[in-house]
Design a protein around this ligand. Structure first.
Ligand SMILES: Nc1nc2c(ncn2[C@@H]2O[C@H](COP(=O)(O)OP(=O)(O)OP(=O)(O)O)[C@@H](O)[C@H]2O)c(=O)[nH]1
Ligand SMILES: [Mg+2]
Length: 441
């Protein structure tokens, strides 16, 4: 895998209509391959990093597109190898004809994420930076794009690095004690305990950023649930700003669940409308709908449980451990009610702004001050694993364990931490990270 590479190519822009499409190439033999397909006046080799006008010809000599080509010689290119980008006409046919010509000239179709993977393997990017590229491309809100860009510029690596250096120092001290029988006395152990404490607090800071900031990178999932006919679909439509779900005075209208995205204060919020919940249903479809609804509640960040303000026996939210916000619906039908409850009307729009505020508040989302950096789920797992080993090392130190035992745990901590930036790398990790990329990235 490492070291041996070949020439890869892919269309980097989406298929379909558009003005321009970009085809990317990277790897050995790039200029030769381009030489076979390009009719061009100037030399690419003598004009690196410049857009040159040329035409692409197929194997039979027919001209298939007029293009602009830029050549980026390695090692100072995106992948670290010789790279090129060909800007041609977009559409359904032209890009694939150009790609076909390049493949005929000796390139191979790149796998998803293969360009970024090469950039990582050639030390042009750390693993978390490569992930940030995919996250930027996938971003669906302003906050997601900003966070991805921070990670791309190395913000996470900057936090990880000092932790890593401290762990390496600990390992070095422990190794010196073992190898050269340097004294292992109380002041040493005290210093080590302090270092371990500092590492623990840095790790827990990053995990707090994850906990508090997760919604800024992944958005929120809010599920509207409650008894039949309470106005869930009406509220869903009102929050969306258009009629997406069927509404009717007949109970049992919604059966499948419906999802739709909205943006609240720049945050991506996924709203889910569900079937009404009630006991004693005899109807199979109705029961299936209720099962789906309960399943959606379990998958949510917050359940908005609707109760009918106009009907006093409207059931309360079931006892669960899920974060739940009770919302009193149809407030326009009632003139007098307790002002401290969250009352809304899908009909008049009353209380909708308060509902958004309350939902974000209950989830402790401080949207006015998004965190500077938010580790992703993979980073979280690696941080937790690192913290687990550091706790073990700490315990071993307190128990008076011999230095070689402590060193094993520090080594394991380093191993877990290194997976975040990719200093520690396995084939599985490569697949895990780069398989999520799109073609041409
Ligand atoms: N006056 C008033 N009527 C409402 C309001 N919200 C919903 N309704 C009415 O209540 C009835 C049920 O509304 P839906 O939105 O379909 O209720 P639901 O909870 O989705 O119902 P199911 O899908 O059957 O569980 C409809 O006749 C709506 O017009 C509201 O805020 N004010
Ligand atoms: Mg409904």
């Amino acid at each position: 895998m490492l070291g041996v590479t070949d020439l890869i190519a892919a269309v980097a822009t989406p298929q379909g209509s558009g003005a321009v499409s970009i085809i990317r190439l990277s790897g050995p033999g790039l200029l030769d391959a381009l030489g076979k397909i390009l009719v061009i006046k100037q030399s690419l080799a003598k004009n690196p990093r410049k857009m040159l006008l040329g035409r692409v010809q197929a194997a039979d000599g027919s001209i298939i597109d007029e293009v602009l080509v830029a050549y980026f010689p390695g090692p100072n290119s995106f992948t670290g190898e010789d790279c090129a980008e060909i800007q041609g006409h977009a559409g359904l046919i032209a890009p694939s004809l150009v790609l076909e010509a390049i493949l005929d000239a000796g390139a191979r179709l790149a796998k998803p994420g293969e360009f970024s993977q090469r950039a990582f393997l050639n030390n042009r990017l750390s693993l978390d930076q490569a992930e940030a590229i995919a996250e930027l491309v996938d971003a669906q809100s302003r906050s997601e794009a900003i966070l991805a860009n921070r990670q791309l510029s190395g913000a996470l690596g900057e936090k990880i690095d000092p932790i890593r250096r401290r762990l390496i120092n600990l390992a070095a001290t422990l190794t010196a004690i073992l190898d050269f029988e340097e004294p292992w006395d109380e002041p040493d152990q005290k210093k080590m305990a302090q270092d371990i404490e500092a590492i623990q607090s840095a790790l827990s800071h990053l995990l707090t950023l994850r906990r508090e900031g997760r919604v800024f990178r992944e958005g929120l999932r809010l599920v509207l649930a409650g008894p039949p006919n309470v106005g869930k679909s009406s509220l869903f439509n009102a929050l969306l700003g258009h009629s997406r779900a069927l509404v009717s005075p007949k109970p049992g209208t919604t059966r499948d669940y419906l999802e739709a995205s909205v943006s609240w204060q720049g945050l991506r919020v996924e709203l889910v409308d569900t079937a009404g919940l009630w006991d004693g249903s005899e109807d199979d479809l109705d029961r299936q709908g209720q099962d789906l609804a309960r399943d959606q509640m379990r998958r949510s960040d917050l359940v908005l449980w609707l109760r009918d303000l106009a009907s006093p026996d409207s059931p309360p939210a079931p006892e669960t451990s899920l974060p739940t916000l009770t919302v009193w619906a149809k407030a326009d039908l009632v003139s007098n009610f307790d002002p401290t409850i969250l009352a809304i009307s899908a009909k008049t729009g009353q209380g909708l702004a308060e509902l958004k505020e309350a939902a974000l508040k209950i989830l402790s989302v401080n949207y006015e001050r998004p965190p500077e950096l938010v580790p992703n789920f993979r980073h979280q797992k690696a941080l937790e694993e690192t913290a687990k080993w550091v706790v073990a090392a700490d315990q071993a130190l307190k128990d008076g364990a011999p230095p070689d035992i402590i060193n094993l745990e520090i080594g394991a901590a380093l191993n877990s931490l290194g997976q975040i930036t990719g200093q520690v790398m396995t084939e599985d990790l490569l697949v895990e990270v780069f398989s999520h990329f799109c073609l041409g990235k």
